[in-house]
Write a protein that binds this ligand. Sequence first.
Ligand code: S3P
Length: 429
Amino acid sequence: MGTKVLTHNVQRLEGQIDIPGDKSISHRSVMFGAIANGKTTVTNFLKGEDCLSTISCFQKLGVKIEETGDSLVIEGKGWDHLTEPSSVLNVGNSGTTIRLMLGLLSGRPMHTTFIGDDSIGKRPMKRVITPLREMGAILDGRNNGDYTPLSLRGGGLRPISYQLPIASAQVKSSIILAALQAKGTTTIVEPAQTRDHTERMIRQFGGHIETDNLTITISGPQTLKGTQVNVPGDISSAAFFLVAGAIVEEGKILLRNVGLNPTRTGIIDVLNKMGAKMTIHPNKDEEFEPVGDITIEPSHLTGTVIEGDLIPRLIDEVPIIALLATQANGKTIIKDAEELKVKETNRIDTVVNELLKLGADITATDDGMIINGPTKLHGSVVSSHGDHRIGMMLAVASLICTGELTLEEADAIAVSYPNFFSDLSQLIN
Ligand code: S3P
């Protein structure tokens, strides 16, 4: 399953990287392109395995999607042209694909069955099934609909008022996609602000959605219009290089075209709080999603506390932040992050166990972890456990290890960053 022996003892990282497309926005561009009327062209689409799963699911629903070079062209014909698939929809490793598609297909008068890989089979789906059932969708699956395989019979939906029990953009987006089809007004209240790419993209496709602090209001039914989407670079991918640039001894890295949506920039707040030498250059003229370039240099870092409303703004960056904290002076505490337990792996356990093998001073807690630094890390045999973000965190850790690091299941990284190793090696040479 793709074992890799990685470069260690790297003194200097120098150069620039064009950050590949944002995974969350790439998924949504296919989904909105498919339900809109007219052609949608997507540039800088992320061709990671997760987003390819979304494409193949929509192709099974009869949507014509073509790749031309770096762009994707989606021939949207509106909601009514999605056709009942003759085989199961396989979402692979992708939680975003399954949770958003369940909402999107809840209003369609057809039957669909969803499956995924072993990791998807362990991820809770009740969080979307409960509100979608309340709206009128007929859903079932293992453990009364909590786990795949899941089956859905969609149809006429009613609007709901829903207080989200957890801060989750996937759950919010699933309900929004259903609400676009329900006759009447749906209201959703979030416990904390989560990524708002769905809300922004509805406006980009000519739809209407109101947001007032943590309350979202959406009236249906709505039809959307195909458009041009330029996907910004994924700040969650950039995060690995931000940390690499801060913890090696010498050099300077420029990361170009990074998405700077404030619902995603928790990693920048943390780097600033810890004292990182970083400069942000925002682009002036982006209409729907803010973008900019970031430079990062070796930094003297101090431990910090990461908690509360900051957590949803950096939820996917916790593994790499844990590595960052091993190189900071003093204690870093990460709390209020129980959601990490239901990601691609239980990320509290996988982060702590793998970093312990490298000599880190790190302890798991019920809702996060505590890290004392700085510690010198040494090489070992570690594994991604099939989790792309654990794999990339360990690859960055290898740069500062005193001995050889062997990474098992390195191929998981292709889920969100197929060119990760070639981009990283450009900075080393
Ligand atoms: C995502 C939302 C987050 C994030 C995931 C992508 C999205 O999940 O962890 O990688 O695209 O909406 P949750 O909504 O479950 O927190």
